[in-house]
Each structure stands twice: as C-alpha cells, then as structure tokens.
Design a protein around this ligand. Structure first.
Ligand code: NAP
Length: 247
C-alpha cells in the first residue's frame, strides 16, 4: 500500500526546486497532486505530465500565493476538481537579499507578502474544508535561517521565523480537529534559489555542513512525505530541520 493512496495534496510553488521534488515524491506514493506556479508555465506543464505518468490526478494552476483573492479562487477550483484536499504544502517562497543598511522597504514587503502572508492565505482557505473532512496535514516550508538568522537576509529570516510561530499556533488551535501543522526548515538545498549565491558564499556554507554536501530536493521531499502521511499521525507543532547538521 502506498503511503499517500487516496489522498490529495495541494503544493504551492512546485514548478521547480523543492516543490517539484515534493510533488514527484507524493505522486510516487499515490497522492493526487494539485500544484501552483507563479510564472514558469512550461516547467509546470512538463511536471504535470510527468506526475500523471504515475496514474494519479495531476493539475498545475497559475496562482499567486501572496494574493488572498487568488488563493480563494484556487482552493475553490481545486476542491471542485479533486473533491478534497488532505495535505497542504506551503512551499512557495522568494528571496530579496541585502544588508539591512541597503534593504529597501519594497524588498521587505515583497518577501513578507510572498513567504509569510501566502502561508496565512492558503491555511485560512483550507481550515474549514479540513475541519469538515475531520483530518488534514499542513506542512509549511521555513528555513534554518528562520531559526539562526543570517546577515543579508533579515527580511527572509523574519518571514521564515514568522512561519514557525504561525505553524505552532495552528497546531495548538486545530489539534482537537485532527488537523496537524508542522514545519520543515531546510538548510542549503541545491535549487535555483541557492544557485544565485556567489561561489564564495556557497563554499563557506559547504565547509560548515557536517554531512559535507548540499541537500537535494529529494532530501526535503522525504521529510515532507513523513509529515504528510499517517506515519506522523502523532506529530504536530514541530520543526524538522533538513540541513545536513548545519544548524
Ligand atoms: P525556487 O527553486 O526558487 O522555486 C520557488 C518556487 O516558488 C517556484 O515554483 C516559483 O514559481 C514559486 N513561487 C514563488 N513565488 C510564488 C508565488 N507568489 N505564488 C506561487 N508560486 C510562487 O525555490 P526552492 O529553493 O525550491 O525553495 C522552495 C521553498 O523552500 C521556499 O519557501 C524557500 O524559501 C525554502 N527554502 C529553500 C532553501 C534552499 O536552500 N533552496 C533553504 C531553505 C528554505 P515560478 O517557477 O513560477 O517562479
């Protein structure tokens, strides 16, 4: 029996990177997959086709996770087309790095809106449907930077720390309804997001990672699978770091 058979997952920002790895892992384990992207239409369509080869229902949706209105439309459509949503993965995220002295107000607002408000948006839309279903697993993508802080990432670290406080609160509010809410805090994972960093920064990180390699999307996806499935039925309000021992 596959771990996610007969479950439906909604994953934000799955056209690339960690989100795409999670979508593939969940599909391999039998879940139907609804996923969103912001602008990478071709990549999203290619992923949709790959997912469908696993014999599950798969659909890509262009939807801005930072817009409350857009997430309202999205969740209504997904519920109509899939019937239910058992697993929500709030994965969409961006960076606008700069030292605080140079950070512009718009860099702050963009990152908070895309990384933190998006988590509020999707969670708010899906709590009632999950309550009706009497079960649900919400997985929110933070970062070890949200725990430790990072020079040049005050906006990003604040958004990721906010996700942790939010998720622990939802776990407490919704536990009696059998809705679990957990956080993954990835370290340095090889995706487009980290590819933007200069070689010196990458080298510095690598030297500090006890497991002596960058993480792969699949490393994060394996933890997401645990948190999505009934293997973690008694786990809620937790932060799981997937960071090769970095933090
Ligand atoms: P990525 O490769 O840059 O991919 C980001 C994904 O998010 C893309 O699918 C993008 O869609 C989507 N997205 C961005 N803004 C969106 C919005 N407003 N609405 C809908 N989708 C949106 O990033 P990643 O490295 O896979 O990171 C995924 C998550 O893990 C993020 O939350 C990130 O902060 C977190 N994380 C990553 C690392 C790391 O080392 N990579 C470490 C810690 C935490 P388009 O393709 O259409 O632009």
């Amino acid at each position: 029996m596959k771990l996610l058979a007969e479950k439906t997952a909604l994953i934000t920002g799955a056209s690339r990177g960690i989100g795409a790895a999670i979508a593939l892992k969940f599909a391999e384990q039998g879940a139907n997959i609804a996923f969103t992207y912001h602008s990478s239409k071709e990549k999203a369509e290619a992923l949709q086709n790959t997912l469908a080869q696993h014999g599950i229902q798969a659909q890509a949706y262009q939807s801005d996770a930072s817009s409350f209105e857009a997430t309202e439309k999205l969740t209504q459509t997904v519920l109509e087309e899939f019937g239910n949503i058992d697993i929500l993965v709030n994965n969409a995220g961006i960076t606008r790095d700069n030292l605080m002295l140079r950070m512009k107000e718009e860099d702050w607002d963009m990152v908070i809106q895309n990384n933190l408000k998006s988590v509020f948006n999707l969670t708010k839309q899906l709590l009632r449907p999950m309550m009706k279903q009497r079960q649900g697993s919400i997985i929110n993508m933070s970062s070890i930077v949200g725990i430790s802080g990072q020079a040049g990432q005050a906006n990003y670290a604040a958004s990721k720390a906010g996700i942790i406080g939010f998720s622990k609160s939802i776990a407490r509010e919704m536990g009696s309804r059998n809705i679990r809410c957990n956080v993954i805090a990835p370290g340095f994972i090889a995706t487009d997001m980290t590819d933007k960093l200069d070689e010196k920064t990458k080298e510095t990180y690598l030297n500090q990672i006890p497991l002596k390699r960058l993480g792969e999307g699949e490393d994060v996806a394996n933890t997401a699978l645990f948190l999505a499935s009934d293997l973690s039925a008694y786990v809620t309000g937790q932060v799981v770091s997937v960071c090769g021992g970095l933090q």
